[in-house]
Design a protein around this ligand. Structure first.
Ligand code: F6P
Length: 353
């Protein structure tokens, strides 16, 4: 058996743990040859691949990033390197030339959507849900999310002590695109006072009232704001837009926008920290290493069983799989009836509503 593997979209802690689990499972259990594509779909389009040895995929479990490299612009259906032309046929030719029986694609919603289209063109694909944002449909968890929450929580912890020392208002901007998973979980884990997320458009007057009440009690305030958060009747803040990308809008800047909205009304000094790509780098947590290993093993099993056009998923504690089409181009936000809100509101956290 010959099986390809690639990592697409933004990187995330745990990619190497998945590559290792997929490759070792296939090598050990069916003596497969594993072919790694460099930089995601870019490698499939530009014919950049190499056979991976057992040694290549050993010792990488705890390593951040991806040994294969990744690309967040390469889409065979609209390739930036060919003025947006559809180059999927040449990709299918390359896949066939390499005599592959299947391809494991590790990526987010954009990558799953491309994968579903490529499956229709004859490439046998199994997806693995990756992203720090945890915003993929049909899975309770994406790998990488736990690590991002741990990093953001540590940032909240550190802002607590410096904020307390100066009685300041400390704003932490987290990533997460249009979902508030990293924001709400790190706010709860770090004991933040205010949490602003895309799921609940905030009323700045409510945030001001909340901070004023804390000032009266001589208390400092920690505000976690997810990059996709927006005020009632307003829009999220765009850092930049990128042409020829499946994900052309880059969010960022809401932390400073909230600071500017609060400053005229409050006595305290306000500081903003934008956590950025720190949330994506470095070694995965134990939880993410385990989840990535479970996903990798499950993806290899699907390939061995000839079950394609599916993505491995975690549902109610069990590793299972779902059709790729269920996941393609969809976003899973934090449900408003989630018990996360109960836990947060129980201890007085404000969502600016
Ligand atoms: O999807 C992962 C993510 O880190 C988002 O949270 C963030 O909005 C985006 O990627 C940043 O993308 P880039 O690495 O292109 O700046």
């Amino acid at each position: 058996m010959r099986v390809g593997v690639l990592t697409g979209g933004g990187d995330c802690p745990g990619l190497n743990a998945v590559i290792r689990a997929v490759s070792k499972s296939l090598m050990i259990h069916c003596d497969a040859t594993v072919v790694g594509f460099e930089e995601g779909f870019y490698g499939l389009i530009e014919r950049k691949s190499r056979e991976l040895s057992y040694k290549d995929v050993s010792g990488i479990l705890a390593q951040g990033g991806t040994i294969l490299g990744t690309h967040n612009k390469a889409n065979p259906l609209s390739y930036f390197g060919a003025d947006g032309a559809d180059v999927s046929d040449q990709v299918v030719d390359y896949y066939n030339e390499l005599e592959l029986d299947g391809l494991v694609v590790i990526g987010g919603d954009g990558t799953m959507s491309i994968s579903h289209e490529m499956q229709k063109k004859g490439i046998n694909i199994v997806g693995v849900p990756k992203t720090i944002d945890n915003d993929l449909m049909s899975t309770d968890r994406t790998f990488g999310f736990d690590t991002a929450v741990a990093i953001a929580t540590e940032a909240v912890d550190r802002l607590q002590t410096t904020g307390q020392s100066h009685k300041r208002i400390m704003i932490l901007e987290t990533m997460g695109r249009y979902a508030g998973w990293i924001g709400i979980e790190s706010a709860i884990a770090g004991g933040a006072d205010v949490c602003l997320i895309p799921e609940i458009p905030y009323d700045i007057e409510k945030v001001i009232e909340y901070c004023e009440a804390r000032e009266e009690r001589q208390r400092f305030t920690i505000i976690v704001v997810a990059e996709g958060a927006a005020p009632k009747g307003g829009s999220f803040v765009v850092r930049e837009t990128v042409e020829d990308s499946p994900d052309p809008v880059r969010l960022g800047g809401i932390g400073n926008a909230v600071k500017a909205q609060l400053e005229p009304y409050l006595d305290s000094e306000i500081r903003t920290t934008i956590l950025g790509h720190v949330q994506r780098g470095g070694t995965p947590t134990a939880f993410d290493r385990i989840l990535a290993s479970q996903y990798g093993a499950a993806a290899a099993r699907l390939v061995m069983n000839g079950e394609f056009d599916r993505m491995v998923a975690l549902q109610d504690g069990d590793v299972t799989s779902v059709p790729l089409v269920e996941v393609a181009n969809k976003v899973k936000t934090v449900p408003l009836d989630s018990t996360l809100f109960d836990a947060a509101r129980a201890v007085g956290m404000s969502f600016g509503d």
